[in-house]
Design a protein around this ligand. Sequence first.
Ligand SMILES: [Zn+2]
Ligand SMILES: [Zn+2]
Length: 493
Amino acid sequence: MIIHNAHFYLNGSFANNIKAIKVEKGIITQLLESVPAHLDEAIDLQGGFAYPGFIDCHTHSISGGIYTLGVDLAGCPNIAALKAQISSHAQKQKPDALIFAWNFDEGSLTEKRFPNQAEIDELCPDQLLLLRRIDGHSCMLSSNAKAKITALKSQDAILTGAENDLVTNWFHAQLDDEAVMSAYQSAAKVAMQGGFTTVHTMIGDAEMSIDHFKMLQKRLPELPIEYILYPQSFNIDAAMEAGSPRIGGCILADGSIGSHTAALSQPYQDKATRGSLYQTDDFWKGFITRAHENKLQVAVHCIGDLAIKQINDVYLELQHTNPQDLRHQLIHCELCPDEQISQIKASQAIPVMQSAFDLYWGNPGGFYEQRLGRARAQQMNRFASLIQSGIPVCGSSDWYITPMNIAMSIHAMIHHHNPLERISAQDAINTYTQNAARLSHDEMRLGRLQPGFQADLSVLNADLTQRFDYQAVRTNYIVKKGMQVYAYTPNCP
Ligand SMILES: [Zn+2]
Ligand SMILES: [Zn+2]
């Protein structure tokens, strides 16, 4: 099999004399300086720019997949429009369907508020409705759904923290295997459109049930791209029983900046609170130590400086007392003061970061500045400082929170709002290729176009090492294990 007619990204540039790639059984066997005269089996990439298959290191693809089939409230202007969108979607669904509405942002409504319970209850009285805030950290549900979730103790209309997780997981757990698989098929299509060949994905709450994780493990070959699975739970026994080499994901050390629940050493600028740590130091020490001793890679969500410190301190201590090459993860790692960077270097933990957060929230006068003030807004998402310290930062979207879109992600890293945190296109590409491959111990298999590596290619219409308009970049082809699994079709973007 010969892959040809493309510019190939090798050693940080397209400036090379490679004209084709030879592939056997899904593995690159040779880089060729000329295209063979006789092509029996070939993929013609039509002059595109071929990168090593991009890897998104942190997503919630089950949620995203479900929501792409639900109601997207992005850009919704007011409560009346929200009601109209949800009711018209619900009317088209089966009478016993679960209705998922997402991307809700009260800040962008004229009313600047959540709907009240009565407004929610009138939308689809016979169906169960879940409405999620854009950051995933708070939600509302219809009263009929509330009545069904017996484990839910709170009477609050807006649910956060553990209750937000509980009801979201309950909704997901109602889906049968086929509904789960169609959500992943939908998610895989979104990933390929965005330029990705491999996606790390967080799965449910294995404390409630590990069934979904096990089912997906078995059925991964049905999906066109590769998923790297995380049992997103505190249940170490269940993760090991399922044969997972890792545990965690967005298991929460703290909340989010949007909900004023990220744990900060100094109060928020716009509210008299410092957020809070969701668990004690002892809890994390016990959990992470036991996972580490069982050779599980650990991933924990930490956004505020206190949360990053709390988790990294445990990683650091374990690195001293029982060093292992497990590559524990600091998911988000958003507010990272200078002194914390050297501590992360010492712990050998890996920040798994979301470049689009800066694009969305880092602008002068923007969301970070409103919540945190100028000085701290400058210390958010510190790609350059971390990378210059030799820390192998990994890139991700946290999809459904921000889009899986490689061009947007690279653009956001190159054009960080704080000029001191900008990185080169090559470094940005590395966070989604070589560094990302290393995160799952796949650095000898993924992330490079080289003999011996899997033939995964993301083919775009643009050279990301030159000036580019990310909104004009599109994915032309995705090649996975030497097979073309996606091609752009003009009328169906
Ligand atoms: Zn997440
Ligand atoms: Zn998270």
